[in-house]
Design a protein around this ligand. Structure first.
Ligand SMILES: C[S@@+](CC[C@H](N)C(=O)[O-])C[C@H]1O[C@@H](n2cnc3c(N)ncnc32)[C@H](O)[C@@H]1O
Length: 185
């Protein structure tokens, strides 16, 4: 089965946590990752890799000393991502809300960047707020939190946590067209 079709089938089964039937377009993926300074980033977190379209682009750009920790709660997406054979990738079948505990287990206090595809609008408000707050806590100074969504509804929430250091970009070449929130600590 093709990768897009497999994603569609799995996303359909778990629509409440997937948030989309179709993986992000290459245009959206590029718009997301271009915000990260990969040369200076040694610990990168990804939330919601799904079929791995963003994961692979991050891996292509990682510096040789960096690691990528990907958090995926869907068991089938997790198993699929685990098959990516890359020594700098750690995939966890754990929710994004446990990010702080998981990085500390691995001896890290702070991270350089968080790249999130979580369907925030489908999560309970307390959960989305807690994930964004925890991401802010674990980011190094000037670290970046990059999140895509299909609306601008989260602008106020991001601004309340990242103290107005939030930029919004729009990517029309995606289905549906998407907004990218770029938040700096
Ligand atoms: C919209 S899909 C994004 C897939 C892919 N990154 C892309 O851009 O096409 C959202 C992903 O977030 C995952 N997810 C939802 N809630 C999560 C959570 N609390 N922790 C980790 N992953 C989660 C879903 O299982 C799904 O794979």
């Amino acid at each position: 089965m093709g990768k897009k079709r497999a994603f569609f089938k799995e996303a359909l089964k778990s629509m409440k946590t997937s948030g989309s039937f179709i993986p992000s377009s290459k245009y959206l993926v590029k718009r997301i990752v271009k915000n990260i300074d990969f040369e200076k980033s040694n610990v990168i977190i990804e939330f919601g890799p799904g079929n791995g379209i963003i994961t692979k682009e991050i891996l292509n750009r990682l510096n040789p000393n960096a690691i990528l920790l990907s958090f995926e709660i869907n068991e089938n997406f997790y198993k699929n991502i685990k098959q990516i054979d890359h020594k700098q990738l750690i995939v966890l079948n754990v929710s994004a809300e446990d990010v702080q505990v998981e990085i500390e287990k691995r001896g890290f206090k702070k991270v350089d960047a968080v790249i999130s595809s979580l369907p925030l609008s489908l999560l309970p408000k307390e959960l989305s707020n807690s994930i964004i707050k925890k991401s802010h806590i674990i980011l190094k100074d000037k670290g970046q939190f990059v999140q895509f969504q299909y609306s601008v509804n989260f602008l106020k929430q991001f601004k309340s946590i990242f103290e107005n250091k939030v930029k919004l970009e729009f990517e029309p070449l995606n289905f549906p067209p998407a907004f990218v929130y770029i938040c700096k600590k």
